[in-house]
Unconditional design. Structure first.
Length: 413
């Protein structure tokens, strides 16, 4: 009997976890895992955090040791690109013209940073996005090789803010330019925006909002970033963090349904038989929030990998996870659970005598949608449990810092 083959395109969190989950599910067939990045697959969240400020080699952040792939009989192909898929022949073609057949194909191609079409951006000196280990190495090198270390970060999302905090630790002078009226405008409440704006100000990072960059002029290795309001900023180093774009080209080329990503079912299957999609590139239905969503998070990548592995192995799993995220900036640890979109009530709870330690609870009516916990793991854990169980909370008690933060205390009696 011919050995079955599962081909996985993309070897980041989703692809790697899928490969190992397949073995746990009992898949005995061949596993071929491809990625264009030549580096052994690594954890990506630390890129803008600990890895940027550390001297540790990227190998210390590997998702799995190379021996693990060999032990589980997973064929890992790095530094090579999948250029096309033939859905009729059930094959993929590589950039070196090699061809691999498949019985099951999983697209875990993730997303790529958006480089906005700003005049002069292509010729700017020391301009980087931050998505790969190579990006981090290049940023470190640029910082070391410039005496004045003036950095401008374009975009004040979580990646931009984390990168700014890390650059500050490396001794850079940092300015952040944000096009929207407030930082983190698309992903959180004004309470959290104001908090992080203040934290960065206290660490001597200047954040300017309502700044639309219209041109970058470079002379003698120095960049001048010009904004539509007539202001300009000088930089030796520019980091672009304005969001990402789904890597959908392969899926699109063979007629897979694309919306805000690659559309998949609750088992991560696409509209084409034997082809699945997981991770940052997938657009999936979340029954808890009753809508399709696309998530850029490690948690989503890992959870979808497990569901996909079970589905490929002949089981009938359903993806029904609560999204969670985190961000580290300076000595602040933010843990987020749930999705706050659509909230109509918000409660900010400060813990008495705890320094910087608070939580923001988002409600739609009496339904708890999400919790942002700042240096407050207990609020994060309790919020997660309440969201999972659709628990109705006594908001009056939640607001009262004298009421101990315990599940039993917050229930309506």
């Amino acid at each position: 009997m011919k050995e079955k083959i599962c081909v996985i395109i993309g070897a980041s969190h989703a692809g790697v976890n899928l490969a190992f989950s397949l073995r746990k599910e009992g898949w005995e067939g061949n596993i071929q895992l491809f990625d264009s990045d030549p580096v052994l697959p690594y954890h990506r969240p630390p890129l803008s955090k600990a890895y940027l400020t550390s001297d540790d080699p990227i190998e210390s952040n590997a998702l799995k040791a190379i021996e693990s792939y060999k032990k589980e009989n997973i064929d890992l192909h790095l530094g090579i690109k999948v250029t096309s898929i033939n859905r009729d022949k059930k094959s993929i073609t590589l950039s070196n013209d090699d061809e691999f057949l498949y019985d099951k194909l999983v697209i875990a191609t993730g997303a790529s940073p958006i480089i906005p079409p700003i005049p002069g951006i292509d010729t700017a000196k020391n301009l980087f996005a931050l998505r790969t280990a190579e990006d981090v190495l290049n940023i470190k090198k640029a910082i070391l090789n410039t005496s004045s270390k003036r950095a401008v970060v374009i975009g004040a999302g979580y990646i931009g803010l984390e990168t700014a905090a890390s650059l500050k630790k490396l001794g850079a002078s940092v300015i952040i330019l944000e096009r929207e009226e407030r930082i983190l405008q698309r992903v959180t409440s004004p309470v959290m925006s104001d908090f992080f704006q203040d934290i960065h100000a206290k660490n001597d990072v200047d954040i300017f909002t309502s700044k639309n960059v219209i041109e970058i002029e470079t002379n003698d290795k120095i960049n001048t970033i010009k904004c539509s309001d007539g202001t300009s900023y000088t930089a030796d180093l520019i980091i672009v963090g304005v969001g990402v774009r789904v890597n959908k080209q392969l899926a699109e080329s063979i007629g897979i349904e694309i919306k805000n990503g690659i559309t998949v079912s609750e088992t991560t299957a696409t509209n084409i038989e034997d082809i699945y999609a997981i991770g940052d590139c997938s657009f999936h239905f979340n029954p808890r929030y009753n809508r399709f969503i696309r998530l850029e998070s490690v948690q989503n990548a890992v959870d979808q990998a497990k569901v996909c592995a079970a589905a490929i192995s002949g089981k009938s799993p359903i993806y029904d996870s609560i999204p969670w995220f985190w961000s580290d900036q300076y000595d602040i640890k933010l843990q987020m659970v749930g999705l706050s979109e659509g909230y109509d009530d918000i409660i900010v709870r400060h813990e008495e005598g705890e320094g910087i330690k608070f939580s923001v609870w988002y409600f739609k009516g009496n339904e708890l949608l999400a919790v942002d916990a700042v240096n407050n793991a207990k609020a994060y854990v309790i919020g997660t449990k309440f969201i999972k169980k659709s628990t109705i909370i006594d908001k009056t008690k939640l607001k009262d810092p004298k009421e101990a933060l315990k599940p039993v205390n917050l229930l309506i009696k």
